[in-house]
Design a protein. Structure first.
Length: 455
């Protein structure tokens, strides 16, 4: 009896929830259609009227398709009794769910998190450009690391020239001879190279400041509130300008110039002819100039090696800002917006949970009905209908019996009338009737005797 009562209650509850189920399906389908409309509008191009009608038609088709799909499954899947049919419908449900995700869920996600995804794209692009600007500035300023060495070499050559001029520290004879001329020449080359590096530092600083201004404007666009589309357009303009600054920084580096100048120190070394008044002085000048040449060669190799290390640093890759729509951004950065994706998919696939609930309830009802007797399956309404049918059948039987009796009476009356008609047609025919009990004691008289007695 408990199984019967449980099955009956489940059936009653399922019947009472029919309207609610339809309302839930319609609400979810409508919500999915609205978000699909918002997502489609971000993808379509053209006039506002065409975009509006195209988005409305698409979203309406999605809503109707979702409602019809889940309605069919909710009606048929719980009624499947064999495993093969149930598995077939489950497979159909899986395919349909994948199609719903493809045609609706990602657009729902674009509507829910599209603006945030585009902002994420802008933020990551900003980080990339910041890194590129820093790298370009580092490469451009790399030659500054050579500046102390160049300054020391120039000062050393200038000091040696002064010492030789004043006291003859190198050759033993003071004065401005060929050694002083050579040392002064080397000091001048070092000062010229130093001046080039210092000039490039000022230019690099100006370019870096300009790049920082572009980055500040881009940061403001990322954090600014409002519609994302115009902000993305202004961000693209700033990105193009910043890319030009980075390219200028790459071309401003003086490391290649330092490397060439360092090579010229050794390759282009031109020693003056010894101009000593005596052979001994000229010999000393030649020996000092040879020593200076060896020192210049060593300095040249050191500067060339340092410049080569600077040039070996990775170059800044060419970068172009690619604007993304909200739908494209939510697909590219989907891992950062898992909750939005979960909500978008749940709106479309939540009716599948209702289908599962109905399938479980119908299975429980069938198990309860299998253990019920026939009398347990009859409800009060069924009993009343049975009584009504019984009364109708009984009334029909009574009416049929009355009709049969009436027909029999009519037949008997018709036969009586026929007999009477036969008697009237044959008067001499004597009809013997059974004598009544009163006539049994009366002596019959002949007709001639009756006439005789009357006379």
């Amino acid at each position: 009896m408990s199984e019967a009562a449980t099955a009956r209650r489940l059936k009653d509850h399922a019947a009472s929830l029919t309207t609610m189920t339809r309302f839930v399906l319609a609400t979810l389908a409508l919500a999915s259609g609205v978000y699909t409309y918002l997502g489609v509008r971000s993808l379509l191009d053209g006039s506002a009227t065409i975009v509006f009608f195209a988005a409305v038609v698409y979203s309406a088709a999605v809503s109707v398709g979702i409602y019809g799909f889940w309605t069919y499954l909710m009606r048929f899947l719980p009624e499947m009794r064999d495993g093969a049919s149930r598995l077939a419908l489950i497979g159909v449900m899986a395919v349909g769910s994948a199609m719903i995700v493809a045609m609706s869920s990602w657009l729902n996600a674009a509507a829910l998190a599209g603006s945030a995804a585009v902002e994420q794209h802008l933020a990551e692009t900003l980080e990339d450009y910041t890194s590129d600007l820093d790298q370009a500035n580092t490469n451009a300023l790399g030659a500054l690391s050579l500046l102390p060495d160049i300054q020391r070499a120039g000062e050393r050559f200038a000091r040696l020239a002064d010492d030789e001029r004043e006291s003859g520290a190198l050759t033993g004879t003071s004065g401005s001879g060929s050694v002083v001329q050579l040392l002064t020449q080397m000091a001048a080359q070092m000062r010229e190279l130093e001046a080039n590096i210092l000039a490039s530092r000022e230019k690099v600083a100006l370019l870096f400041q300009e790049g920082q201004e572009h980055l500040a404007a881009m940061r403001g666009l990322v954090s600014e509130s409002g519609a994302i589309a115009p902000r993305s357009d202004r961000f693209a303009e700033q990105a193009v300008a910043l890319a030009g600054v980075i390219a200028a920084l790459e071309q401003t580096s003086v490391a290649p110039s330092v490397m060439r100048a360092a090579a010229d120190l050794s390759v282009g070394f031109i020693a003056p002819v010894a101009d000593g008044s005596t052979a001994d002085l000229a010999g000393r000048q030649d020996r000092v100039m040879a020593t200076i040449r060896a020192s210049v060669d060593a300095q040249s190799k050191a500067l060339s090696g340092a410049a080569a290390e600077i040039l070996a640093q990775p170059k800044v890759p060419e970068r172009r800002y690619v604007p993304l729509s909200s739908a494209e951004a939510v697909l590219r950065y989907g891992g950062d917006f898992v909750p939005s994706w979960a909500g978008a998919i749940s709106i479309d696939l939540l009716p599948g949970v209702l289908v599962g609930i109905m399938a479980v309830v119908q299975a429980a009802v069938r198990r309860g009905e299998e253990q019920m007797a026939d009398t347990d399956r009859i409800t009060a309404a069924d009993m009343l209908r049975s009584l009504e049918i019984h009364d109708a059948l009984l009334a029909r039987r009574v009416a049929a019996k009355a009709a049969e009796e009436a027909d029999a009476a009519q037949e008997e009356q018709a036969s009586s009338e026929e007999e009477a008609a036969d008697v009237a047609d044959a008067p001499e025919t004597r009809v013997e009737r059974p004598a009544s009990p009163a006539a049994e004691n009366v002596t019959p008289l002949a007709l001639s005797e009756r006439k005789r007695s009357e006379t």
